[in-house]
Design a protein around this ligand. Structure first.
Ligand code: SF4
Ligand code: SF4
Length: 467
């Protein structure tokens, strides 16, 4: 822990030694209220991730991301390429949401719900504690020469890691193929779909490398979101912070007891930190706001009979002014924008039609005489059924008065299918006042109008001089 007493945090990440080599971390297992809440959240997310492909609504998986067929199912709602605008909007909303959320509440996402942290701290790390023992035992094991026990432990741990990595990648594949198809695919290995098998092996290797070896360096060195913290945080941002006003000067052999702040320099907050930093040095980009140091310090404060919260969620401003963190106008305004964005997203997804219909005049066609008293125009109709059941629609000409003649079968479309038909619109000659008239066609399902489409009807140019 020597480097934490120095000021090296200003010069290099906590996981790099003086010689530039990796400093392997052995964080202690956190204990405390916040860690228990994080564990519940993490296990809920992991359970959801591994079970979601098996859970079905109306025969479709809960989440289905078939990029090849360009079909996506989210919680029973099917999305098609026609819904691309919703996807773009969702991504923009998400980016704005993350930026605003980070400005107000710091990097909470990283420590609480980011897959990197969830997998690392609540799946891979607990297995390590189970096999290699606590942080001290892990350190000893790493330092000792290889003997039968060490080799056995290493083989066991890394075999489990590899199995979890393989299982995780297979789960990802099932999000794309569906679980039924996944069974067929696996049964056909290795003779068929060799490319997919190689892909699964390669991604399993990457996953194993990240969680078995690379670990916290994803957050401290690679992740762009982590790197962006410098421009998103300011003195009002609420984050995991050490109250230096209360804590300093730290206990030190040369100081008389009465001169001490509340920090007893026990290093418990450093020992539990998964990124190896000392939060007492102030906010650092390696801090993922996991709150393990809050739990650790609170338990120390309890033991030394001091109030909890020496490390707590606070803004730099609130600490420097010695006040409790306040929800000021800026926080309330940003939170209101966040709520408005989410509401807009939910609204747009809710009002998305289950059946999308478009009617356009057939390219290159003009009007035709239809009998003695009528003109007709030819149209192409496309209908996308985005529901999980078959849909039949009817068309009615709302204005002007006239007739729609459908060519081919009735307008029944199976779930998830796209139907294309041709149709004729027939209008009385006397109805037309110009060579280009406005048409409104109603789309009805079970007698209820679900959409109204506007298009044009062309007639002879001679009509334009009639007025
Ligand atoms: S400083 Fe505290 S909150 Fe930040 S990563 Fe380390 S333990 Fe987690
Ligand atoms: S756990 Fe608390 S008391 Fe111990 S070193 Fe960290 S801040 Fe100081």
């Amino acid at each position: 822990m020597d480097n934490f007493q120095e000021t090296t945090f200003r010069d290099r990440p906590s996981t790099f030694g003086k010689d530039g080599k990796r400093v392997w971390l052995f964080p202690k297992m956190p204990k405390g209220k916040l860690y228990n809440i994080r564990r519940i959240i993490a296990w809920t997310l992991l359970t959801f991730f591994y079970l979601a492909p098996f859970l079905k609504i109306n025969g479709d998986p809960l989440i289905f991301l078939n990029f090849l067929q360009r079909k996506f199912v989210l919680f029973g709602t099917t999305f098609y390429p026609q819904d691309f605008h919703l996807l773009v909007l969702a991504i923009i909303t998400l980016v704005v949401f993350i930026v605003l959320f980070t400005v107000i509440y710091g990097r909470v996402f990283c420590g609480w719900v980011c897959p990197q942290t969830v997998f690392m701290e609540f799946l891979y790390r607990p297995i390590e504690y189970l096999i290699d023992g606590n942080a001290e035992q892990q350190k000893e094991l790493a330092a000792q020469d290889a003997d039968a026990i060490k080799i056995l432990k290493r083989i066991l741990k890394h075999s489990i890691y590899m199995f979890i990595s393989f299982f995780t990648i297979i789960t990802f594949v099932s999000y794309v193929t569906g679980t039924d198809k996944l069974g067929e695919i696996i049964n056909s290995w290795p003779q068929e779909r060799f490319g997919l098998l190689m892909g699964v092996i390669a991604f399993t290797g990457v996953h194993y490398f990240v969680f078995g070896w690379f670990r916290e360096q994803v957050c401290t060195v690679v992740c762009p979101y982590g790197r962006l913290q410098g421009v998103m945080l300011d003195v009002n941002t609420i984050l995991v912070a050490y109250d230096y006003k209360r804590g300093e000067p730290r206990r030190n052999a040369e100081l008389r007891r009465s001169e001490h702040g509340d920090c007893i320099n026990c290093f418990n907050c450093v020992d539990v930190c998964p990124t190896g930093i000392d939060i007492r040095n102030g906010t650092q980009l390696e801090c993922i706001n996991c709150t393990s140091c809050i739990d650790a310090c609170n338990s120390v404060m309890k033991r030394v009979k001091k109030p909890s919260g020496l490390i707590r969620f606070a803004s730099e401003k609130s600490i420097s002014e010695g006040k409790r963190v306040k929800f000021n106008a800026r926080v309330i305004a940003y939170s209101a924008v966040l709520i408005a964005l989410l509401t807009l997203m939910i609204y747009l997804f809710t009002v998305r039609g289950d059946v999308e219909t478009s009617i356009n005049r057939s390219p290159g066609t003009m009007f035709q005489e239809y009998g003695q008293d009528h003109y007709s125009n030819l149209y192409n109709l496309q209908m996308v059924n985005k529901t999980n059941s078959d849909v039949s629609i009817e068309l009615k000409l709302l204005s002007p008065e006239g007739e729609i003649l459908l060519m081919g079968d009735s307008l029944k479309t199976e779930k998830g299918e796209v139907a294309n038909r041709n149709l004729l619109v027939v209008l009385k000659k006397e109805t037309l006042k110009s060579s280009n008239s406005h048409l409104e066609i109603g789309i009805f399902e079970n007698g209820i109008m679900i959409d109204k489409i506007s298009t044009s009807f062309v007639g002879p140019n001679s009509l334009d001089g009639k007025k």
